[in-house]
Design a protein around this ligand. Structure first.
Ligand code: DC
Length: 227
């Protein structure tokens, strides 16, 4: 890693705004944005496409040697996920794949399989990497660690809006229940549970809009980098 190179670890629950903010921050700071959720989603996608139960740890573990995952950056600057030679960037966003991703991400062999790949990306580039365990496990020495949060209600409203815009609306109560279930699963799994690193800066986006959150995060990052 060169002296000027740095890593920003951005963790937090789904719907806190991590990916939208990380993308904008990466563009502003001219660094690489790594969406680690997309990497877990690619494993979930393989299980889904091959009829493997995402909760069946031995079956998913046995499949790992058959899975080749590549992260490519298109001319659009966006992260594309290549699963065994096929671009699955769109497929990994299917709701079924979200469920599989959550299930496979609780399997220790899956996390071990992906750990080095994530570290290699941060070793070669200045990155802002978003996920659940970036500050605690993947990049414990990251120069900047941020834990981005928002209330479950605010995150459920954002998700409800997103689903409606996508043409697949769902009642708010159902979305809120799913948000709470996913939080619980991510925070209570045995391996790499979602939690802030001891040295993470806590940022809550419940009451700020995108521009407000972006300038807050840029201030936090620039402040830490200047230390
Ligand atoms: O951020 P996301 O919703 O795209 O993540 C998909 C799933 O992967 C989610 O259930 C949490 C899991 N995940 C994880 O366990 N560790 C990460 N570093 C990133 C995502």
């Amino acid at each position: 890693m060169s002296e000027k190179q740095f890593a920003v670890a951005l963790d937090g629950p789904s719907g806190a705004g991590k990916s939208t903010l990380a993308k904008a921050i990466a563009a502003k700071l001219r660094i690489l944005y790594v969406d680690t959720g997309a990497i877990y989603r690619s494993i979930g996608c393989y299980a889904f496409q091959n009829g493997i139960d995402g909760k069946d740890a031995p079956a998913v573990t046995a499949a790992l040697p058959h899975i080749h995952i590549e992260v490519r950056y298109g001319d659009d600057g966006l992260q594309h996920m290549i699963l065994n030679g096929t671009d699955v960037t769109k497929e990994i966003r299917l709701p079924e794949v979200s469920l599989y991703a959550s299930q496979v991400s609780a399997i220790p062999a899956v996390r071990a399989f992906l750990l080095q790949m994530q570290r290699d990306m941060a070793a070669k580039n200045s990155v802002i990497m978003d996920g659940r365990d970036i500050g605690t496990v993947v990049l414990p020495d990251a120069k900047v660690k941020i834990y981005l949060d928002a209330s479950a209600e605010v995150r459920a409203r954002r998700r409800e809006k997103e689903l409606a815009e996508r043409g697949t609306p769902k009642p708010y109560e159902e979305v809120l229940r799913e948000v709470n279930e996913r939080d619980w699963a991510d925070m209570h799994r045995e391996i790499a549970p979602l939690r802030p690193a001891d040295d993470a800066i806590m940022v809550d986006t419940s009451d700020v809009d995108f521009e407000g959150a972006l300038s807050l995060l840029l201030d936090v990052i620039r402040g830490r980098l200047a230390d």
